[in-house]
Each structure stands twice: as C-alpha cells, then as structure tokens.
Design a binder for this molecule. Structure first.
Ligand code: GLC
Ligand code: GLC
Length: 814
C-alpha cells in the first residue's frame, strides 16, 4: 500500500493518510535552530544541541506513538466539538488530510467539519526560531465561530536531566507572559542567559503555561480540559511542567480565511544584561522583541519562506542529473542531497531513532558525511573538518564523538576505535578534490582541544597514518581496538555482564585482535595521503605508497580466504569471516573496503570476492552484512552476536556499506550489477512496498532486516545514517562517474549497458559543467572521447578555467 506520492516538481513528498506505518518525519532548520516534525506534527525543537539546549519535550520510546509535538486544536464553539487539524493528538477522523514534507518545511492541511486548516512549519534562514503559519478557512455556507488553541511543552533545557531528575525539576519551572508572548525562563535566574518564547500574531483570549491545568488531572493531549471547555485557564507555571498555549477566537464568514502566525524561538542575552530593569528578575526583552515583531508580520514570514526555498534551489542546483531512472533522479536531485544535509547537521544525534540525548557527533560518521555534502556547503565542510580534527589525540587517535555545542571530545566514550583516524584523511581528501582549497592543510589545529597544542592540519593527517603503523598485531594487520567501522564487532570486549557497554568495556589487552577492514581502509587512506603529499613533498608521498604496498601484501598473505577477504582476527588469533568459521564466514565490509583500496583489481581477486558477495550476501532487499548470521551470543565477538539474526550488524542489510560493494562493482566494470544493488535499497524504488518497508520512502534507512529476520525487507532507523552520504557519493561519482579529483572532474561512468546515456549539470569550483554522456555502443564502462566546449580533451579531465562560467561537455562512451 502507498501512503502518499512524490511531487518532484515542488520537491515535496505528499502523505495522503495520517496513519503511516511509522511517523514519517522531516527536519526544520539548517543552521543553528532545528526541529524534527512528523507527518502529524509530532516532534521537538532545539538550539544547536539536541541534548543540552532542548526547547520542547518529546516522549521517548515513542515510535510509532509519536507523542509530543507542535499541536493545534480547532474547536467549533457552537457545538463544543474539537479536533486536531494535524490528526494527532486527538486523532479525530478528518475529511481530508495532506502532509507535504518539503525542503526545510512541512505543511499539514486538513478539512474537518467543513473547516479547512493549513499550517506551514519552517525555520527562517539566519534566525533561531520556527514559524507556524496557520490558515483557517470556513467552507461552510454559514459563519463559523471557532477557537484555535496552540500548545507546546517546554523542555527544561538538558533533555537527559529533564527526563530523569524530577525531584529538582518539578520545582524549577518559570515563565513570564507579556503581550501574548509566553517566555520560558527556567534556570534563567541562575546560570543561564538564554530563554525560549512562544508568540502569536492574534490577540489571544487567554493562555496557559501550566501543563496540568491546561490538560486537567488524568487527561492527556488528546482531550485537554481547556480545549474541551473552550476557554484557557490563564495558568502561570511555577515548577511542574511549563507549557505554552494560546487561545484564539476566530469568527469566519463563509469562504473567509484567517491567518494566525505562531513563533517558537530561542534567544540569548549578554550575561551582564540579563534583566530589565537591571537588578530585577524580569527578562530583558529588548533585543528579542524586534525579532518577534518582524516574523509575526505575515509579509515578513512569507518573504522568509521564499528565501528558504531559494536557498534549497541553490544548493540542489549544484548537481542535477537526468538519467533513464526516475527513482535515481529523484533521489540525487532532491531527497538524497537533502538527507545528506540532515546528516551533516544532525550527525546521529536527533531523529525518531536517535533520542537526541545520546551521542553527539561521531568522528568517523561526520567524516564520511562530508562525502555527501561538501559540494553544497564547502565552507561549512571546512569548519567541520577543523572541529573534528581538533578532537584528535597527539597519538593520531581520536575522540569517537564530540558534543556539537561545546565542540569538545566526549569523555564517556573516549577513544580507541582504531579506524577513526583514517576517515579524517578521506574527509579532507573529499574537501580538497571539491574545492582545491589547499590552504586548509596549513590551518593550525589543536590536539584534544588543548590550547597551545596547535599543529597544521596536515600533521594531523600524518599522525592518522602513524597511529595505525604503531598499532599492528601479530599478522602485521592493524589492531582493531574497541571496534572498527562495525561498532558491534567487539573483539576485546568479552562482556558477560548485562548492561555493560560493548563499545567501552574492554576485558582484553587488545594486542592480538586485528582488522582486515582497517587494513583496507589504511591502504585507501595512505594512497590518498600520498596523492595529497605529492603536491607538496614527493618523497613523503613515496613513503605513504610504500606503506600502502606493504599493507597490501599483508592483506594478500593473511587477509585472503580463498574466495573472499577475511574480516578480522579474534583475540585468540583465529580468523573471523572465513570459511573455517561456523557462523559469520563472510562479511561485507572487508570486501568493499579492500576493493575500494584497489586490492585485487589486477589479479581477479576483486571480481572473485564480488561473486562471493553476490552468492552469499545479496538479497532482493539489499546486501546483508554477513552470513551465516550468528545464532547465539559469542563472547569473543561482542555486540554483533547480541542482535537476533537478520537485524542490525548481525546479518541485517546495513545500507551504509552496500555502496562500498557498488563502488567495487563499478571498479570492476559491472554497471548492471552496481545499479541493481543501488536500486534494491533506493527508498523511492521501494515506495511500492511501503507496508513492508514501513520507513519514509524519501530517505534511506540505516537498516533493512536481512533474510534471517522474520521481517525481511522491513526498514528501520531512517534519516541519520552514513547511507545518505555513501549512496549519494556512489551514485554521482561512481555510477554516473562524474568524480572529483585534485585537479578537476574525472569522467568515468559505469552504468547499465541499456542506458542510452544521461545528462548531468554540475557546478564545480565556481564553473558550471553541462555534461551529456552518450552510450551509443551500449557499454557499461569506458570513455572514448570527452569534448569540452567543442575541443577534445585527451586526459578526459574537466578543468575549471577560472575564466569561463559555463562549459558544454559531450562524453562518448565506448
Ligand atoms: C552506526 C554508527 C557508525 C557505525 C555503524 C556500524 O551507523 O553510527 O559509526 O560505523 O553503525 O556499526
Ligand atoms: C549500537 C548500534 C550500532 C551503533 C552503536 C554505537 O551498537 O547497533 O549500529 O553503531 O550502537 O552507538
């Protein structure tokens, strides 16, 4: 069954029934103020950090209940009946319902009892606030007397503390109400200099700020006492649970529309100007009032909305494709690029699967995310790279995560994930290839955020390499540490105590267990650093190439199992991911990474490994992580065997690494298979199996249940996943093959032979390349000619000239 459809022209996904299998969400905000919004207006908002600066509450363990949000209520004052125009929380049947998730905005429209309501939620660029623009229309023959109630529940800032520390928090809540604006100022009296506000463009008949008064005892958001009786209580929160609610009376003639704007925002005052008058306990509202006044004005709100649309048009216009496949076009041109921006902004912090109170930004995750967004916001990629590298240790190791608000490494998780440092090299390489901005390498960057420890970024990259060289195991392969890319392959953990973290518990010294995956990653990163070094110091480049070659040999000697690459060696020195194992004989990661590093391309091993992947791991819903699945808990393997077979790292389709195999297939020239694998996990192509897939059809999910799971084909953990960047990068740079290089765009498509060609328009270093690829001989790979502005370019590299803003390129495959 379908729950909606794509509207590609407006770049929207249109949901046509509210009861989607799971909340289908969207993100508001793309700079500092963010919100998550579901198709029924559920979700929450925060400033910069979903844990430490949470504005509104959300109830955890909540998919698919989806409870807590930006709820409006409409009440017919003549009959006393009321409903939610976004369906939740009252779930009153609606005569019409439509949710349009667009780029940075969501519009929910409905019709109930001949009253139409359409609310558009968005965050204006450059502001720390969200706008809810609500338009109510009377479709009746006679006048309608209605009440519109707004509601949000404030979070007391630290979302973790807010959800647990009730002995204190039930007594700290404070608000101020002035001119129809509800100010939430809990803890402002002491160490905070920020507050939230909830404003409304109409003059309210009343308000509520105390949750239990608004709802009434033992009631919930689906039947608040204030809405039921049609009148606010004008409650002022002291302690307990501060909320914001306005009551607006609307009298509408037949056919008449009225617009009401609500603003929910975040504001900071200078520490020495917190109060007005000084010495009082009253919020200083001098600088916030003009902001509120500006956006309560419908004209300004509309202008901000148009600007937001232009912003996204600009970002998406950087890379546009027209290929024979509508699903791929839609993902590349709209949704996958958009998802890449979401993963850049959120990392893995806030979604309906990431609570927002857990981890901050991951070191490896954020570096990989760069691959997907660097072309859209290169300046912000630069900043991200510098922030990330500042959490690196002097040893070259790295904090596994850092908090976005403080930009400091997260001590709870610490370091010791031995793949981490190499992703920095790949991230920096992607940035250099996109921008040509070599100055970043000389940028002084701290280690462990320690002032005075600054070294050029380039030195950080060097240490990423030496980190591994100083940590080799018995076979000469890299020691795995706590885990490599696969967080759940914990070979030094040996945890037998419930509740221990598999990621931080270490019961073994870690001197034996090795990772073939890191070995492959090392080869890839060392070759990349050699290419970077070649531009500056050719001798150093040779050194990195020599180290890469040495590791390659080690992989041949100890990492090849006969038909595929071994995955690792455990703490007893026994292979993991080998035909000698009972379970987990073959893993996806080492196949993808070793081949991406170029290993086995010349002697058939790459092709053989890919055949093994096809035979043992590929399913019609994607490629599973390993086989056979672990049927029981293996103490020496860790979390991977803690999942029931078919889920997550235990033989789930972990979409993140499917693109590695796809890239590998393009490297061996199999465009048909590369595209086929891509399509299996493409959410748009899976829209028709929505009942099985269940997650949003417009974004990739982290995981699709594997063939060992009872729910094979069911997706989970949508939105915040490395899958976004990897699929985008893979499709644009390896299948379409318009690939960034240090000196220009490399043209190297690998497509299904039946494609007659495709077109790409690509803005690159300030110049637009309109590229037409023709495939007259129906090949999968191989370029015969590249003609740029009428002139054949023998090395097939598109070089920006610095003079000409626009180029026409014709590529002939064959
Ligand atoms: C999650 C983590 C990522 C890890 C992957 C595999 O996606 O965010 O860091 O590589 O799982 O375990
Ligand atoms: C859990 C998840 C895994 C994630 C890890 C790190 O183990 O299953 O995907 O990478 O947590 O937080």
């Amino acid at each position: 069954m379908r729950y909606g459809h794509f509207d590609d022209q407006h770049r929207e996904y249109v949901i046509t029934r509210p009861d989607t299998p799971l909340p289908w969400i969207n993100y508001l905000g793309c700079e500092a103020y963010f919100g998550i919004i579901s198709n029924t207006a559920g979700g929450y908002s925060f400033y910069r950090d979903a844990r430490l600066r949470r504005l509104t509450r959300y109830r955890y363990n909540n998919a698919p209940f989806d409870f807590g949000g930006r709820y409006l209520y409409l009440r017919d004052n003549a009959t006393g009946t009321f409903w939610s125009p976004s369906w939740q929380p009252t779930r009153t049947p609606l005569d019409q319902y439509q949710c349009r998730h667009g780029l940075g905005y969501t519009t929910i429209a409905s019709n109930c009892k001949k009253v139409e309501a359409e609310t558009c939620y968005f965050v204006p660029l450059g502001e720390n606030l969200e706008i809810w623009r609500c338009r109510v229309t009377n479709r009746r023959q006679k006048p309608a007397k209605l009440s519109l109630f707004s509601s949000i529940e404030f979070c007391l800032w630290d979302a973790q503390d807010d959800a647990t520390n009730f002995q204190r928090n039930f007594s700290t809540g404070q608000v101020e109400i002035e001119d129809a604006v509800i100010y939430h100022k809990t803890e402002y009296r002491e160490r905070r200099n920020h507050f939230a506000y909830f404003a409304c463009s109409a003059k309210p008949a009343g308000f509520d700020t105390q949750r239990d008064t608004f709802l009434g005892p033992y009631r919930s958001w689906d039947n608040p006492a204030a809405v039921e009786r049609g009148k606010s209580f004008n409650s002022v929160a002291h302690g307990w649970a501060p909320i914001g609610s306005h009551h607006i009376k609307l009298s509408l003639k037949p056919g008449e529309t009225k617009e009401v704007i609500f603003l929910l925002g975040y504001h900071e005052n200078p520490v020495d100007q917190k109060f007005d008058p000084p010495g009082s306990q009253t919020l200083n509202k001098k600088t916030v009032k003009p902001v509120i006044a500006k956006y309560l004005d419908g004209k300004n709100a509309e202008a901000a909305f148009q600007k937001l649309r232009e912003y996204w048009d600009g970002l998406l216009g950087i890379y546009q494709v027209n290929s024979p496949d509508p699903h791929a076009n839609r993902m590349v041109n709209i949704w996958n690029a958009y998802q890449c921006m979401a993963t850049f902004n959120m990392s893995r912090s806030a979604s309906f699967y990431e609570s927002g109170i857990g981890r901050g930004l991951g070191f490896r995750d954020s570096n990989q995310d760069l691959l997907g967004f660097v072309h859209m916001v290169p300046a912000r990629a630069r900043e991200r790279i510098l922030d990330l590298s500042a959490t690196q240790f002097k040893t070259g190791g790295a904090f596994h995560q850092y908090q976005p608000l403080t930009k400091r490494g997260n001590n709870d998780i610490g370091s010791g994930f031995n793949d981490d440092p190499h992703w920095l090299i790949l991230g920096v390489a992607a940035y250099l290839k996109e921008t040509g901005d070599w100055s970043i390498l000389d940028e002084p960057v701290q280690f462990e955020n320690e002032p005075g420890s600054e070294q050029p970024l380039y030195e950080h990259l060097r240490r990423s390499i030496s980190y591994t060289l100083e940590r080799l195991g018995p076979h000469g392969l890299p020691l795995i540490g706590r885990a490599d890319w696969n967080d759940c392959l914990n070979l030094n953990c040996f945890s037998d105590t419930p509740g221990q973290s598999f990621q931080t518990t270490t019961n073994k010294e870690g001197k034996v267990a090795e990772s073939v995956f890191i070995a492959g990653l090392f080869v890839l990163a060392a070759k990349e650093l050699a290419a970077i070094a070649a531009m500056r110091n050719p001798d150093e480049a040779k050194h990195y190439l020599a180290e890469a070659a040495k590791m390659e040999k080690t992989i041949y000697d100890h990492g090849w199992d006969g038909e595929w690459f071994v995955r690792a060696y455990d703490d007893f020195g026994r292979p993991v991911g080998s035909k000698v194992c009972d379970e987990g004989k073959i893993f996806i990661e080492s196949q993808g990474m070793c081949i991406m590093a170029g290993i086995g391309l010349n002697d058939g091993k790459a092709k053989q490994a890919l055949e093994s992947v096809n035979k043992h791991l590929a399913t019609r819903h994607g490629i599973v992580l390993q086989q056979p699945a672990f049927s029981k808990y293996h103490l020496h393997l860790g979390e991977i065997s803690s999942y029931p077979p078919g889920y997550k790292e235990n033989a789930g389709i972990f979409c993140h690494n499917n693109p590695w195999i796809i890239i590998a297939e393009t490297m061996v020239g199999n465009g048909r298979r590369a595209f086929d694998y891509y399509t299996r996990i493409n959410p748009s192509a899976r829209e028709k199996i929505g009942d099985l897939h269940r997650c949003e059809p417009y974004v990739f999910a982290q995981m699709i249940a594997g063939k060992d799971a009872p729910t094979h084909g069911e997706a989970k953990n949508s939105w915040l996943t490395g899958t976004a960047a990897w699929t985008y990068y893979t499709f644009t740079q390896w299948i379409l093959g318009i690939r960034t290089g240090y000196e220009g765009l490399i043209i190297d498509p690998c497509i299904p032979a039946k494609w007659a060609g495709f077109k790409v328009s690509r803005l690159y270093r300030g110049e637009r390349f309109d590229i037409e690829v023709r495939n007259p001989n129906a090949v999968m790979k191989g370029v015969r000619r590249v003609v740029v502005d009428g002139v054949e370019v023998p090395d097939r590299l598109l070089r920006p000239t610095g003079k000409q803003p626009h180029h026409s390129v014709v590529v002939e495959m064959g």
